[in-house]
Design a binder for this molecule. Structure first.
Ligand code: BTN
Length: 254
């Protein structure tokens, strides 16, 4: 079955949305950042079948062979006061779309990895663009493993693909259209409390012992909650609650 993941297929499925499809591009987020500077509207989408310099959070690279992942960037034009919720939007929208497809055990590993069970299926990279003190916009980069084969890779024990969970082929065009419905929905309600509550409700490590790594200084303890900025609140053995705004978490104290 062909999924029609081509310029013609994607633009027809998403019409009249402002969209561009690349068979190969450096990073869809780079194109999105350029678009923000050029005045492209919120909701605009840059899609690629393959990225040659895709990036992840915390300075990592993000790669997937052509034909295996859904990689795209979604433009947002939020108020600066809604910036932290814009970052929550990606993981939430992807989780909801996967649930709609019938995937079980979908959760968000703080801050915005989407997992099936404890395996990562999707990463989200929000990047804000500023003009002096004013927020120009946010590019929400999303990389979802549709059919990446992790056998023998360093990620074999930590990552999975949507098709492995579903046990059937998915169309990346249909998946993109489904995801965009959820992204558009929450982009229209960025200032409400519902988005934060829905994101928090899907976090899958609350009340568990965690180590926050790659942050300025390591934070260990019980993940007690999150605050309105999306920071993780971790109670250490000394009883003090520490706030982690960025980083990656591992379950269990390292
Ligand atoms: C992470 O898990 O660290 C985030 C990964 C984000 C990858 C996506 S793929 C589309 C967009 N373009 C990029 O260069 N990165 C994001």
């Amino acid at each position: 079955m062909g999924e029609n993941f081509t310029e013609a297929g994607v633009t027809a499925a998403l019409a009249p949305r402002y969209v561009r499809f690349f068979e190969q591009v450096g990073s869809t987020n780079d194109v999105g950042l350029k678009w923000l500077a050029e005045g492209a509207p919120g909701g605009a989408v840059v899609v690629a079948d393959e990225q040659t310099s895709g990036r992840g959070r915390l300075g990592r690279s993000w790669t997937a062979p052509a034909g295996t992942a859904l990689t795209f960037s979604y433009l947002l034009r939020p108020e600066a006061s809604a910036l932290s919720r814009a970052a929550m939007l990606g993981g939430l929208a992807v989780s909801e779309a996967l649930e709609q497809l019938g995937v079980a055990e979908v959760g968000i590993k703080w801050p915005n990895d989407v997992q099936i069970g404890r395996l990562k299926v999707c990463g989200v990279l929000p990047e804000a663009s500023w003009d002096g003190g004013s927020l120009v916009g946010v590019v929400l980069g999303i990389g979802l493993n549709a059919r990446v084969d992790f056998t023998g890779s360093p990620f074999a024990d930590s990552a999975t693909s949507l098709e492995d969970a579903l046990g059937e082929r998915v169309s990346r065009v249909d998946l993109l259209a489904l995801l965009l419905k959820r992204l558009d929905y929450w982009a229209g309600d960025l200032n409400g409390a519902a988005l934060f509550e829905a994101w928090r409700g899907r976090l899958n490590m609350l009340n568990l012992p965690v180590s926050v790594i790659n942050a300025g200084s390591p934070v260990e303890g019980i993940a007690e909650g999150v605050d309105a900025d999306g920071a993780l609140l971790v109670r250490g053995n000394d009883g003090q609650v520490r706030r982690a705004l960025a980083g990656d978490i591992a379950l269990g104290n390292a």
